[in-house]
Ligand binder design. Structure first.
Ligand code: TTP
Ligand code: MG
Length: 389
């Protein structure tokens, strides 16, 4: 049976929160980010995007493009508060939620006996009522297409992509819309005269493997509307990580540490949201010859603060001898746990298991809130009981 997947993503998230909290900023170009000399734009309102401003742009450039804009620093705590409200809404629909970032998630609603379009519209309505903000939603039968749909007519977007629309609807889109094709690949394809998904569709699977390596197979399938990636709840996730192919290969440790810091923030945020801790930190680097190197450190305690993650990454990076230029830097955490202290070796294993189960149950209950539908609550109770037995 075809799955029913919804992808949701808040519109200009940080900037929209600022406009909501300060109504005098509504309808104006609002730019949120680091305001210091070397700061970058986190995001900006759609009014500011008209000036060519976008995420990750140096702040001085944004100021040049839009001198009369409203420039604000990041109030992360506040955005996390709003994010928690949004995720509460999502978890009230199904536990099958995969958080992707602070403002974005996939839901698998295959088993819900309701039209997925109606569910998506209900999410949009509830988010608006609860937070005063708009969220874009996309509905389709896999993750790739659902994400494409949520991005289709942002802001306040809503789009459904059905099987019969494939591949025609994809043909005119730029190759950058394909999950797995980054900026570097896009440039490479452009130099080969391949600009749209339509162009990509003319290539054989072998051609794509020649260009992309192993992911070529996935890309081949994806542009034909095939994407079997499951919606992974945090429970099933074995590691959380982030990586980036650098604009230019580098030997500059300061730059690598800069990304390590950025990734530590993102990873920490995800750990908090999932109620998880981690014990292993891994730094991944791809050298200019495309060889992949990883170095891990496993601690004897569980961590989740950005600073703690960064300190381990710092130690690893500082100890690496950079003989070659680095093309990609990545950071991830693994050995995840819902409890902070797992060295309870003096306790019976079943006790640890029950503490874990209670922790998970509490967390799910917290996420779902009190207005939980009866059926789901019964289900949860049963589950908790089973775990305790
Ligand atoms: P996005 O969902 O990528 O962007 P957005 O919500 O601001 O705008 P859109 O309507 O296009 O979805 O990211 C969510 C938030 O994450 C964003 O509001 C700010 C933060 N962020 C950064 O801090 N740095 C970045 O480079 C990006 C892309 C996002
Ligand atoms: Mg967004």
């Amino acid at each position: 049976m075809k799955r029913k997947i919804i992808h949701v993503d808040m519109d200009a998230f940080f900037a929209s929160v600022e406009q909501h909290d300060n109504p005098e900023y509504k309808g104006k170009p609002v730019i949120v980010g680091g305001l210091s000399g070397r700061g970058v734009v986190s995001t900006c309102s759609y009014e500011a995007r008209k000036y060519g401003i976008h995420s990750a742009m140096p702040m001085y450039m944004a100021r040049k493009l839009c001198p009369h804009g409203i420039f604000l620093s990041v109030r992360r705590k506040r955005y996390e508060e709003v994010s928690a409200q949004i995720f509460d809404i999502l978890y009230s629909i199904t536990p099958l939620v995969e958080p992707v970032s602070i403002d974005e998630a996939y839901l698998d609603v295959t088993d819900i006996d309701k039209n997925p379009e109606i569910i998506a519209l209900e999410i949009k309505k509830k988010v608006k009522e609860t937070t005063g903000l708009t969220i874009s939603a996309g509905v389709s039968y896999n993750k790739f297409l659902a994400k494409l749909a949520s991005d289709w007519n942002k802001p306040d977007g809503f789009m459904v992509i059905t099987e019969d629309m494939i591949p025609d609807i994809l043909k005119p889109l730029p190759v950058s819309k394909v999950y797995g094709i980054g900026q570097k690949s896009e440039e490479r394809l452009k130099s080969m005269g391949i600009n749209t998904i339509g162009d990509l569709l003319k290539l054989s699977q072998e051609n794509l493997v020649e260009i992309f390596g192993k992911v070529g197979v996935e890309i081949y399938l994806r542009i034909r509307g095939i994407d079997e990636r499951p919606v992974e709840t945090m429970r099933e996730i074995k590691s959380i990580g982030k990586e980036k192919t650098l604009e230019k290969d580098t030997k500059d440790k300061k730059l690598l540490l800069h990304y390590a810091k950025l990734f530590s923030d993102i990873i920490s945020e995800e750990l908090f949201r999932a109620g998880l801790y981690a014990r292993t930190v891994t730094v991944k680097m791809k050298t200019s010859d495309f060889a992949i190197h990883t170095k891990s450190k496993t601690l004897n305690k569980y961590i989740r603060l950005s600073e703690d993650i960064y300190n381990v990454a710092y130690e690893i990076i500082e100890n690496i001898k950079l003989d070659q230029y680095i093309r990609l830097i990545g950071l991830s955490v693994s050995n995840l746990s819902a409890v902070k202290y797992e060295q309870l070796s003096f306790l019976d294993k079943s006790v640890v298991k029950s503490i874990k189960a209670e922790n998970i149950a509490r967390e799910i209950n917290k996420k779902i809130g009190q207005e939980i539908v009866k059926k789901a609550s019964e289900l949860l109770n049963n589950k908790t009981k089973q775990w305790r037995d």
